[in-house]
Ligand binder design. Structure first.
Ligand code: SD4
Length: 340
């Protein structure tokens, strides 16, 4: 092992000890690193992102590429145009992206555009704005050369929506696969047998030590038309500060927005807490604001600091994420939960 690397590892260990970290998941520095929310889809996203990181490309390119693979998956319940629609039967998408320079872009309430994450990047790079929504965002997409896709539900989304219409019960839920009650509007498993998972949040540190992140979703299944969650909102669903770290969230967006969740996680890291401890503290803060979350409320945070240390925490059990480094191949991590 090179002397430089050895020193880095020692420094990582010291940071953990001095910071009185409760549960550091990593002390060994092993970069580049990419983390994605959930394992089911996170491993696919990480595999794609890793190709870019391995080539020496930027974390920004890596997170965009990782998010795009999930947006392309027409069988995904919760991301991209194949996902579950709102209560009017229309799929509306939210996404945002942030890079190492503090540049950021988001799109919300976007219809018929296959890759909201790439449009968010165009908002960041080609406009003086940060967030574009609805028809205007769609118009900007078309002007930017994005194809306008058919207004059509995927087969599995159509079935789920038809079932939901029969019950006609407006009850959007998150992290549904963990719900023990059976009065749920979306299935625990998709028609193809895949487990139903949520939003993809992906954060990476590249070989040059730069951080970036991306977050993309269709939001809550059968949501009220026009509802926007945390995922396109910088500071809520995603935040990156290249001096400190990056964080992203999955779960009930309303709770994450109310606590500026991802920003909060990064601020805890700025204070010297490990990524795991920072995610835990953000969950605790959330619990202070919502002391009695119903069984439908779930939140998961993942975080990565400038040194390549990473971690996560859930409000409740059931959350997992995926990590990839030179020595860790798209592995599943099951973080602790506040309400374990
Ligand atoms: C939202 N945060 O729209 C998203 C959904 C999600 O796990 O992450 N589900 O509120």
């Amino acid at each position: 092992m090179k002397r430089r690397n050895l020193l880095k590892i020692i420094a990582g260990g010291l940071f953990v000890n001095l910071g009185k970290i409760v549960e550091a998941e990593t002390t060994k520095i092993d970069t580049p690193v990419v983390l994605s929310t959930w394992h089911n889809q996170g491993q696919t996203a990480n595999k794609e992102a890793w190709k870019h990181l391995q080539n020496g490309e930027s974390a920004l390119n890596a997170v965009e590429a990782g998010a795009r693979t999930i947006e392309s998956d027409i069988t995904n319940c919760c991301v991209g145009l194949g996902a579950y629609p709102d209560r009017e039967g229309r799929v509306t998408l939210d996404a945002c992206i942030m890079d190492e320079k503090g540049r950021c872009g988001g799109v919300a309430f976007l219809e018929r555009i296959k890759h909201p994450i790439s449009l968010a990047r165009r908002v960041m790079e080609d406009t003086p704005h940060v967030l574009m929504v609805g028809e205007g965002a769609q118009q900007f997409a078309i002007q930017s050369g994005f194809p306008l896709e058919d207004q059509k539900l995927s087969e599995h989304a159509n079935k789920a929506y038809s079932n939901w219409l029969k019950k006609s019960k407006y009850e959007p839920q998150i992290n549904i696969e963990q719900n023990k009650h059976k009065i749920i509007p979306v299935p625990n498993k998709l028609e193809n047998g895949n487990i139903n998972h949520d939003t993809i949040g992906i954060i990476a540190l590249d070989k040059n030590g730069n951080l970036s992140g991306a977050c993309t979703t269709s939001g809550m299944a059968f949501k009220l038309r026009g509802r926007v969650g945390d995922s396109p909102i910088i500071g809520a669903g995603l935040y990156v500060d290249n001096k400190v770290g990056a964080a992203t969230a999955t779960g009930n967006g309303e709770e994450v927005i109310r606590t500026s969740g991802s920003f909060l996680v990064v601020e805890y890291m700025r204070q010297g807490f490990s990524p795991t401890e920072s995610c835990k503290r953000a969950c605790e803060r959330l619990l202070e604001m919502t002391p009695n979350p119903t069984d439908k409320v779930q939140i998961g945070f993942i975080a990565l600091n400038k040194k390549g240390e990473y971690g996560g925490y859930g409000l409740k059990p059931g959350f997992d994420y995926t990590v990839t480094t030179n020595t860790i191949e798209h592995e599943k991590r099951i973080p602790k939960a506040i309400l374990d």
